[in-house]
Design a protein around this ligand. Structure first.
Ligand code: TRP
Ligand code: SF4
Length: 327
């Protein structure tokens, strides 16, 4: 039986961190056996916000791919490729934009939110409004059945389905089917300071973070503010450190909870243990990354194989779409 197909992507805007690991990556890794997987570096999407500052883009792409591989994305099972190397993404982006109602894009909640929140870049551009259309093109170009994403991306999936249906309707075709969201089942990991984990807040631990930096960052985490003395009983549900245990070491979360509420451990000690465990968790990944880093040719080889496979699939869809448009 043919495997169902998955496509997902990440924008190479900086280093990947623990949020990416629990959110997207660990999920991608698990899906590799069951699905025919396409994992894409979304550099055009990154440029939609970083267009004034493209200098780091290339380095970020390579850095992210190294993390993917080190974490367990397996090029023997999955297609790993770079969006901008497949020109059909932009072709389909334009074709889909022919039929995408402006109002749908203007009303898109992620669009409105970004315009409000991002103040250090000008996102009031023509391209940025079309962000979800390019994402729809990414998904439909490979006729993905499912798209593993976090909850924040659901509006884009809904838009993709609306565009696909409209396309099918106008051109009397069944070219595209409805791609489903495969929601990542994890608690959302907050940043070290309790705010949303984000590059701009610098409140994250990178997957490639050095052990001594991890120790320092974890020691700086906020804990239950009501716990002043070691003898005070703690409230784990008010402590971000506890949520890190829950996300990464669920097998001992009950123990941590007990020790905290019974005042059997101090926060410094509790954080030290978390740091040690995170360092242990990341050690094999970082080791693998170091080995891969030395072999730039191997990475290029993986990306060029990925490019060929993506290309094949993209060309097929574009030919079909252009046929329907009589071009
Ligand atoms: N918009 C996605 C994000 O920011 C990244 C992305 C681009 C994507 N194209 C995609 C995700 C296609 C899934 C499918 O996370
Ligand atoms: Fe948080 Fe651990 Fe301190 Fe409890 S003991 S408040 S879980 S850091």
């Amino acid at each position: 039986m043919n495997k169902k197909r998955i496509l997902s992507g990440m924008r190479p805007t900086g280093k990947l961190h623990l949020g990416h690991l629990v959110g997207a990556l660990s999920n991608w890794i698990k899906l590799q056996d069951e699905y025919d997987c396409f994992f894409m570096v979304a550099d055009w999407h990154a440029l939609m916000s970083e267009y004034e500052n493209p200098a780091e883009l290339k380095a970020n792409m390579l850095d992210n791919v190294l993390d993917w591989l080190a974490c367990g994305i397996d090029p023997g099972k999955s297609v790993i490729f770079i969006q901008s190397q497949i020109p059909e993404h932009l072709e389909l982006y334009f074709i889909l934009s022919l039929i995408t109602p402006l109002g749908l894009l203007e009303r898109c909640p992620t669009y409105k939110e970004q315009l409000r929140q991002v103040t250090n870049r000008d996102l009031s551009t023509y391209a940025f409004l079309g962000y979800p259309v390019l994402q729809a093109a990414d998904i439909l170009l490979y006729k993905a059945d499912s798209v593993p994403v976090g909850e924040d991306q659901l509006p884009h999936l809904e838009l993709t389905r609306q565009i696909a249906r409209k396309f099918n309707h106008i051109y009397k075709t069944d070219c595209f089917s409805d791609p489903k969201a495969l929601l990542t089942q994890t608690t959302r990991l907050l940043g070290l300071d309790g705010r949303k984990m984000s590059k701009s807040y610098n409140n994250y631990i990178a997957i490639s973070e050095a052990p001594e930096v991890i120790r320092k960052k974890v020691q700086g985490m906020f804990t239950d503010p009501a716990r002043i003395r070691v003898t005070d009983r703690g409230h784990p549900e008010k402590c971000n450190v506890y949520y890190y245990y829950e996300a990464f070491f669920p097998e001992i979360k009950d123990k941590v909870h007990d020790r905290c509420v019974n005042a059997q451990i101090g926060c410094t000690e509790c954080k030290k243990e978390l740091a040690d465990r995170l360092i242990g968790l990341l050690a094999p990944i970082q080791e693998k990354r170091k080995a891969l880093e030395k072999d730039k040719k191997y990475i290029q080889e993986i990306l060029s194989v990925g490019r060929e496979k993506a290309d094949l699939s993209a060309k097929k869809t574009i030919a079909q779409v252009k046929g329907l448009l009589k071009i």
